[in-house]
Design a protein around this ligand. Structure first.
Ligand code: PCA
Length: 324
């Protein structure tokens, strides 16, 4: 007995330290800067994952497109170069209509409506991502989209000829329908595009207006509340399956918490960002009824096109959403 005891104790220490070392490290690329509320939420998410998993899963956030550019993040997660990543769903609108849905103007314009749209979209989104080897962990909406421009915008005709920054195929389409010239620029390059005069207008949230210091170049924001696109946190399925069950649960729990916190934060910070824009010399303008009506028409065209493209699934999603 006396001989075996120290041996047992020794092997226990060995086993214990081996399991303590069984730590998984994941990279999470995001395309948005440290000042952004999504990134703030992601930092808290990573902390939650750490504590809920008992330190077994460590997630490093790489913000501001430092690891991958916005349009590359989805493919990086699909290929497991990054095990988890944040994407703007509507960036992938050309790939499948399900990714375009929450980028359509005037389909869902407030947080409640957008959350409902998300519930209708979710099963299809999960299915699509699963077919690409990925899992949806959570989503968070951006604040409502408005128009940044120096011009007086009284009707949609006033958008003609603007050098319009697009962040997705859907925002490029709006420009086309309005007679503006779309130029695709991701958020991380937006300040530079304004400084060099590549663009003189765009549609986005007060949040991105703040992150990119748009007030240094553009003095008006038309609060059109056109739609609330979502960021989605996606996970590589193989990387997820390789976690032990308790760590998988920890990740899911942290994801659910981040989703709840993120949607609230979007609303709170959405208001804060608007105040910051005003403080920095920007005027926030309520759109005229004519401008609204013109934009609504563009929205109708795009929603109809989308429903045709999305076929039976599309119809089912819109029906489910309208019933909520
Ligand atoms: N900001 C991001 C996408 C939506 C938003 O509000 C951007 O402008 O790139």
């Amino acid at each position: 007995m006396k001989k075996t005891l120290p041996l047992l104790a020794g092997s226990f220490v060995l086993a214990f330290s081996a399991s303590a070392m069984a730590q998984t490290k994941w990279d999470l690329p995001s395309a948005y800067p440290a000042s952004n509320f999504h990134v703030e939420n992601l930092n808290n998410f990573a902390k939650d994952v750490d504590s809920l998993s008992g330190g077994k899963l460590k997630i490093t956030i790489h913000n501001n497109a430092s690891l991958y550019k916005a349009p590359e993040i989805k493919r990086a997660v699909q290929g497991n170069q990054a095990q988890i990543g944040e994407i703007l769903l509507t960036n992938f609108a050309n790939e499948d209509p399900i990714y375009a849905l929450d980028g359509l103007p005037f389909l869902a314009t407030g947080y409640d409506a957008s959350f409902k749209l998300y519930q209708a979209q979710k099963p299809y989104l999960e299915k699509k991502l699963a077919s690409q080897g990925m899992t949806l962990l959570f989503t968070v909406a951006w604040p409502p989209q408005g128009i940044f421009a120096n011009r007086d915008l009284k009707t949609v005709d006033d958008l003609k000829g603007l050098k319009w920054r697009a962040y997705s195929p859907v925002t490029a389409k709006i420009a086309e329908l309005a007679g503006a010239q779309p130029v695709t620029v991701q958020a991380a390059e937006l300040s530079q595009a304004m400084a060099t005069g590549v663009i003189d207008s765009y549609m986005s949230s007060a949040s991105t207006g703040y992150d990119s210091k748009t007030y240094e170049y553009i003095k008006k924001w038309y609060d059109t509340q056109a739609w609330l696109p979502k960021n989605a946190i996606i996970v590589n399925k193989k990387a997820f399956d390789a976690l032990d069950p308790a760590t998988q649960e920890a990740l899911k729990k942290a994801g659910a918490q981040a989703e709840e916190r993120g949607w609230k934060l979007a609303q709170e910070k959405g208001e804060w960002y608007k105040k910051e824009l005003t403080k920095n010399g920007m005027t926030i303008i309520q759109p005229t009824p004519e401008l609204k009506a013109g934009l609504n028409k563009i929205g109708e065209v795009m929603i109809n096109e989308w429903t045709e493209r999305a076929g039976d699934d599309g119809k089912a999603i819109i029906e489910a959403y309208r019933k909520m």
